[in-house]
Design a protein around this ligand. Structure first.
Ligand SMILES: Nc1nc2c(ncn2[C@@H]2O[C@H](COP(=O)(O)OP(=O)(O)OP(=O)(O)O)[C@@H](O)[C@H]2O)c(=O)[nH]1
Ligand SMILES: [Mg+2]
Length: 424
């Protein structure tokens, strides 16, 4: 018997972007966004062998780059033996098709790259459906342009006539699949809503960990709750929200939910498809915005996070800004001690544990239902008060004295009224 080793084709990529000097630097291509694109490419398993950033007042409608620059890119690909070009922006169907024709090798854009990473990292059924949905919606208007990737089976560039029929069948097939996936997603969403309503009924408080990808959200969830969520130095390690209870010193148990990371120029199909996952942030009582303070781009990250939160309708939630990776932040970097829309700003290290205790105390202060510590002596004749304490409040210690039971407990406002007369 013979064995065949299937070796994955090594992808050698050149990155390309246009720097327009746009007033919104986050939608522009810059050295920084290309560096980030390189990390994305790396996460997706491609080796970056070159980058090209063209200064132009605007991108070209037909070719994205200028004609001369595109030719330069083609030569660079030849010279570097590259078999993939990744653009830092979402290309229009026309740009994609034209560029593919001009370069003769595989061309993808930032959106497709992110979708590819999501596809690799999706674990749950929900995650997988959401990614596939986003991919199909991205693909639908680009079926012609994606010639070399979709129709390896034959239909080459410029196949008209019979090719068109194939295209129509492909389109119909994709639309049917989209409908099917949307129906399945709706069912999962209903289930998620059911769980959420149950939590609401139980008055469970939910805090969502949100932030730029790689900020340390999962590491933090693990540190706080002993969860074992995958935390890794790669982009978009987490796609599926994990929820865990965090025990506060006074016995309250708010839930912490880890969420999918954000990134600049996040494809809008992804945001659309991941709505039900992102809703974890929309329905949370408090947002914990985790920031990687070791990144020299943390301010841009905060901007991106806030703009996406606003997009999904979670912009006005109470927020704690948590500057994570305090152990690795550059010397001398001064972090903002207050931010206009923050209820609180704290510095922590999920890795070393620095600041974590303070953070938990702060959470306990901010979250509703705060309990206070009391010491009471309850006469033996008032047995019912003692049982109410046990039933509804958090009893820390109890000892039997000559004139009653001495109790130390955390009590909420209601509990306080019940025991007020017995304070010692
Ligand atoms: N030095 C240092 N590294 C940290 C700290 N917290 C997290 N990291 C590292 O940062 C990387 C990303 O951590 P994750 O917890 O996976 O980040 P995330 O925010 O969940 O990322 P996504 O799921 O991709 O959105 C990992 O390599 C962690 O070990 C910290 O406090 N200090
Ligand atoms: Mg994560």
């Amino acid at each position: 018997m013979e064995y065949f080793e299937t070796k994955e084709l090594e992808e050698r990529a050149i990155l390309a972007g246009v720097h327009t000097g746009n007033i919104d630097p986050l939608s522009d291509s810059t050295e920084e966004s290309l560096a980030e694109l390189e990390r994305l490419a790396d996460t997706a398993g491609a080796q970056v062998v070159g980058t090209m950033l063209q200064n132009r007042p605007s991108v070209d409608n037909a070719l994205y780059l200028g004609e001369g620059k595109l030719e330069e890119l083609r030569l660079a690909c030849e010279g570097q033996d590259a078999n993939l070009v990744i653009f830092d922006d979402e290309l229009s169907p026309i740009q994609l098709r034209n560029i593919e024709r001009a370069l003769g090798i595989k061309v993808i854009d930032r959106s497709m790259l992110i979708l590819d990473i999501f596809a690799r990292h999706a674990v749950t059924r929900e995650g997988k459906i959401q990614v596939e949905l986003a991919q199909l919606k991205y693909m639908l208007p680009r079926l012609l342009g994606l010639g070399t990737q979709l129709s390896r089976l034959g239909a080459g560039i410029g196949t008209r006539g019979p090719g068109e029929t194939k295209l129509e069948t492909d389109r119909r097939h994709i639309r049917r699949r989209i409908g099917h996936l949307q129906a399945e997603l709706k069912e999962i969403k209903n289930h998620r809503e059911l769980l959420r309503r149950r939590r609401e009924k139980d008055n469970t408080v939910v805090c969502a960990l949100v932030g730029y990808t790689n900020a340390g959200k999962s590491t933090l969830l693990n540190a706080l709750t002993g969860a074992e969520v995958l935390a890794a130095d790669k982009l978009f390690a987490t796609l599926d929200p994990t929820i865990r209870a965090l025990e506060l010193p006074d016995g309250r148990m708010p839930m912490l939910v880890d969420t999918v990371g954000f990134i600049r120029k996040l494809p809008h199909h992804l945001i659309e498809a991941f709505k039900s996952t992102l809703e974890e942030a929309v329905f949370a009582d408090l947002l914990i915005i985790v920031i990687d303070s070791s990144s020299n781009e943390f301010e841009q990250h905060i901007q991106v996070v806030n703009s996406i939160l606003k997009d999904i309708g979670a912009g006005d939630k109470p927020k704690i800004y948590l500057f994570n990776k305090a152990d690795a932040k550059p010397d001398g970097l001064v972090l903002p001690s207050a931010l206009s829309d923050a209820d609180c700003v704290l510095e922590v290290s999920a890795k070393s544990g620095l600041g974590i205790e303070k953070f938990i105390e702060t959470l306990a202060d901010i979250l509703p239902g705060k309990k206070q510590k009391v010491k009471v002596l309850i006469p033996y004749s008032e047995g019912s008060v003692l049982s109410v304490l046990h039933r509804d409040q958090t009893v820390l210690s109890e000892s039997y004295e000559a004139d009653g039971t001495l109790v130390e407990a955390f009590v909420d406002a209601q509990g306080y009224t019940a025991i007020r007369d017995y304070l010692v």
